[in-house]
Design a protein around this ligand. Structure first.
Ligand code: FAD
Length: 485
């Protein structure tokens, strides 16, 4: 009798460095790769916002298509279904006489609940299951301190990990994956690899990213690997990454690996391997280290979720801090639409709305504006980002939002002064003009603070406040004075 494993793909849409897949191929005679479009991922989420917006949906569909292509090249296929994994995975596993289901685990409440339902369903069919850890640069089992006891502050945590742990080598993609014989023998629906849905099939209206986007995020492992080669080797951008990564315009100021990392199309261990090779073959400097440093932030947020779980979704966060958050719908809508009247905030929100991406600097500023300056429940902002971001990652998103709102992994209670930040990181207002063309005619200073224009100046530049661009919804300086006081 042949032994069969099902590999249930989730946010690990790659063939390289995929332990769930590699172990299945090594340890079982035949393997059935499966992906489920779970309807719960495409419905309404917290606060009535769509859980997955058009950019991420498109990126996901492309990633699934690419994975199927890679598996077909290895002589296999990807079985794609729309439905709840707890139904689909057990049915396919039972139909094809599987002995075990392999999957990667994700340390977040909903994801863990789905995992539990899947494994419970498999138990009922007498099929075993095995979860793997594959999201982070450092493997959870290699952490010097058990995850329940890790430091809640980034720097001490990073130091213990850098001193006491080693990054594992990435695993090679299997060259050959054998499907169970039942695939060709069976006559039921389980025999069909299935059609990959369109955004419309998932109830999502298609939306082409704006041509002003910094980068075209094409989904999938192949595109992710291409971006890695282009950014590191062809473009040679790593040597000055630390200096450029706070930039706002252009594809290459930062790596843009996030969307491929979020869906698992790229493994952080593979990126690490490229950085090490680059350091040997070209240059080793602060910038080359800095990319790994950023990946450690990603690890940190993930391990923090493993430690604190659902506390990250509470208004009081992981530090149980009571603040009087507002629920001002109208103010939230203005923030979300990029209509606050504060150009640096609006330019960033318009970029997010039109492309699904925003720089790290932008994210910190708009998050601080919502939570600190407007005092609006930070979870509304996190849920909005969840809906819009092409690179949404539950741990990085909710962890960074909680951090910014002063209820997460930061004991300081600082805010980002969006006026200072805008002038510092966009001194010529090129970024503001890029996303707010209605302000194009203004000199840089006025682009940052158009409310300072006199009626005569507004006439001279042909930009009328409240007509061409909104009046600011708050007096930003006064609010910061209050926060400082
Ligand atoms: C409010 C807020 C929400 C965020 N939401 C997300 C999210 O949903 N998904 C996401 O991937 N990142 C999120 N980030 C982190 C960061 O902004 C993005 O990872 C980064 O801007 C993506 O661009 P890049 O790939 O060019 O990053 P680079 O600057 O080139 O960094 C390389 C990689 O390191 C990781 N990284 C960098 N900074 C962080 C960070 N602060 N936290 C965790 N990982 C980091 C990312 O995987 C990134 O791709 C958020 C940050 C803030 C402040």
């Amino acid at each position: 009798m042949t032994d069969t494993a099902v590999v249930w793909f989730r946010t690990d849409l790659r063939t390289h460095d995929n332990e769930a897949l590699v172990r299945a191929v090594d340890e079982y005679d035949t393997v059935l790769p499966v992906y489920c479009f779970d309807p719960r991922e495409f419905g309404e989420a917290t606060f009535g916002l769509a859980k997955t917006g058009p950019y991420r949906a498109q990126f996901l569909i492309e990633s699934v298509r690419d994975l199927r292509g890679s598996l077909r090249e290895a002589g296999s296929d990807l079985f794609v279904r729309q439905g709840k994994p707890e139904n689909v995975v057990s049915e396919l596993a039972a139909e094809h006489g599987a002995d075990i289901v392999h999957y990667h685990t994700t340390p977040a409440t909903e994801e863990r609940a789905v995992e539990a339902s899947v494994t419970d369903g498999l138990d009922e069919h007498g099929i075993s299951s095995r979860g793997f850890w594959g999201k982070t640069l450092y493997h959870i089992e290699d952490l010097p301190t058990r995850v329940e006891r890790i430091d809640d502050t980034f720097t001490p945590w990073r130091r213990t990990v850098e001193d006491g742990a080693t990054v594992r080598d990435p695993l090679d993609a299997p060259t050959s994956v054998t499907l169970p014989e039942t695939v060709s023998d069976a006559e039921g629906a389980g025999d069909e690899p299935g059609t990959i849905p369109t955004p419309g099939d998932l109830g999502i209206e298609e939306h082409e990213p704006d041509e002003r986007a910094a980068i075209d995020f094409a989904g999938g492992e192949s595109a992710g690997l291409r971006r890695l080669t282009e950014y590191v080797w062809e473009g040679d951008h790593l040597r000055e990454y630390k200096e450029t990564r706070n930039g706002l315009l252009d594809a290459d100021y930062s790596s843009k690996f996030s969307a491929w990392l979020a869906l698992g199309c790229l493994s952080p261990r593979l990126i690490h391997e490229h950085v090490e090779r680059y350091e040997c073959e070209r240059i080793s400097n602060d910038s080359t280290y800095w990319l790994v440093f950023e990946l450690l932030w990603r690890d940190f947020m993930t391990f923090q979720f493993e430690k604190h779980g659902s506390d990250f979704f509470m208004p009081t966060g992981i530090r149980d801090i009571e603040k009087s958050w507002q629920r001002d719908e109208a103010a939230f809508e203005r923030w979300a639409a990029g209509e606050t009247g504060v150009p640096f905030v609006d330019a960033n929100m318009r970029e997010l709305n039109e492309t699904g991406f925003m720089s790290n600097r932008g994210r910190q500023n708009v998050a601080s504006f919502l939570a600190d300056a407007l005092g609006i429940d930070w979870r509304l902002g996190a849920a909005y980002f969840e809906s819009r971001l092409v690179d949404y990652d539950v741990c990085s998103n909710w962890g960074n939002w909680a951090y910014q709102a002063g209820v997460g992994n930061d004991s300081r209670d600082g805010y980002f002064d969006v006026l200072d930040q805008g002038k510092r990181y966009d001194p010529n207002a090129a970024y503001i003009r890029h996303w707010l063309p209605e302000l194009d005619a203004l000199p840089a200073d006025a682009c940052h603070e158009p409310w300072q224009l006199s009626p005569g100046q507004q006439e001279m530049y042909d930009v009328e406040l409240d007509e061409d661009y909104p009046e600011p919804m708050i007096n930003v300086e006064a609010v910061y004075d209050q926060l400082d006081g």
